[in-house]
Design a protein around this ligand. Sequence first.
Ligand code: NAP
Length: 286
Amino acid sequence: MITGKTKVLAVIGNPVDHSMSPVFQNAGIGAAGVDYVYTAFPVLEESLGDAVAGMKAMGICGINVTIPHKEAVMKYLDYIDKDAEILGAVNTIVNNNGVLTGYNTDVKGFIGGMKQIGFSPRNKQAVLLGAGGAARAVIWGLIQEKVAGLTIGVRNVSKARPLVEYFSKYIKIVLLDWSTPEFDEALVKAQLLVNATPLGMYPHVAAMPPVNWDKVPRGILAYDIIYTPAETLFLKTAREHGCQILNGEAMLVGQGAESFRLWTGIKLDTGLMAKALRQALADKVS
Ligand code: NAP
């Protein structure tokens, strides 16, 4: 029951009404029997500073931040955690008695998804498709997990170059046009293939990044960070090719569970949260 003592958590973004965070966070909160409620506030870009000040004024103990505020919110915070600093984006704000610290939990979400199925990228050759905002968390996660080599395939190499140069101080990254024979050769050596493009995301379910599957070794892990549909065309093709597959549900729920842990110290049941997410997504498209 919500009472005057219930602590408020929320996601801010614009738009934010499509966010699945309230669904799986409240499922986790309910199962844990803790006195929190998680909601969503649409915040215009020009009101972002006011929204952060309001968080302090009203003693809201935790906020998730989504598009388009992940970078812009950083200037309103007192401290920025290392992962968020490196990614240049905050998705979680912790309010500790009026002191606001920004974190980015996407890295833990991305890596946690693989760990849940017993896969470690350590000493493995990884190939990543896409070099946008989500790819930053993927790259930093793979670097921290000590991947042996990383090749990134994109449609526009010059656009992706600044991102690759930024992370090249930590690991050698090969950046290639994904339509070239050189990229096909990288696929031959891949032990992990990650899709961090939106290609195949609902409603454009017939799309898929242009992977030459003949070159992809059977049995490797194909990880699509998209979570709707649950099986993208990329994952369906990978499964039929003989790959192990993983979608973005565990990453999404994992980043949320890590946010909740930062706010409260409590570990929520991610299995139950994923189930609530899956049900809500199925209801949405049916
Ligand atoms: P983004 O910045 O818009 O794009 C990522 C990459 O995909 C870029 O390299 C972009 O190339 C490429 N791309 C986009 N549209 C393309 C197209 N039509 N053809 C070829 N390449 C294309 O997206 P993002 O914010 O990184 O998100 C990527 C995906 O990750 C989304 O589907 C999102 O839902 C998902 N995601 C999942 C989670 C999770 O928790 N599971 C978290 C974050 C994001 P250009 O730069 O050339 O446009």
